[in-house]
Design a protein around this ligand. Structure first.
Ligand SMILES: [Zn+2]
Length: 135
């Protein structure tokens, strides 16, 4: 029997979807909000829901850690190519640096990035994790 996701996580997934901007002239899709197409310069941009799965296009293992990540690394930064061809830079989680491979299928995994101590604000960012084949 598959374990059910906690309700809080279901809500989080609904709230933190991966949104991108699509140029209606040339069809270029990129992550995040844009007002001008980086390819053709068009301003005819619409917001689209990006696929939540893709593959590792390239990656690098980061050993030098910024001070706020002290004790955290090393970690994997990858260029992920989504199923629609959109490429974005994201951290790969739930994977050891020696296990990551070019072309490895990955899926979106929202993770806690940090906590604003002064105001107690928790914020999340998009990361990716390997899709484990359950065969
Ligand atoms: Zn364009």
């Amino acid at each position: 029997m598959m374990p059910k996701s906690p309700r809080i996580w279901q809500l989080a997934e609904r709230r933190y979807r991966l949104l991108g901007s699509k140029c209606t002239v040339c069809g270029k899709t990129s992550i995040g909000p844009r007002s001008v197409c980086p390819v053709c310069g068009s301003e005819k941009i619409e917001t689209v829901q990006l696929p939540s799965t893709g593959k590792v296009y390239s990656y690098t293992v980061v050993h030098m850690l910024p001070a706020e990540k002290d004790g955290y690394g090393p970690y994997i930064m990858a260029i992920v190519e989504l199923e629609d061809g959109t490429r974005l830079t994201a951290e790969i989680v739930d994977c050891e640096p020696e296990d990551v491979k070019i072309g490895m299928p990955v899926e979106l995994a929202f993770r806690l990035i940090g906590q604003e101590s002064e105001h107690g604000i928790i914020y999340y960012g998009y990361k990716f994790r390997p899709i484990i084949s359950r065969t």
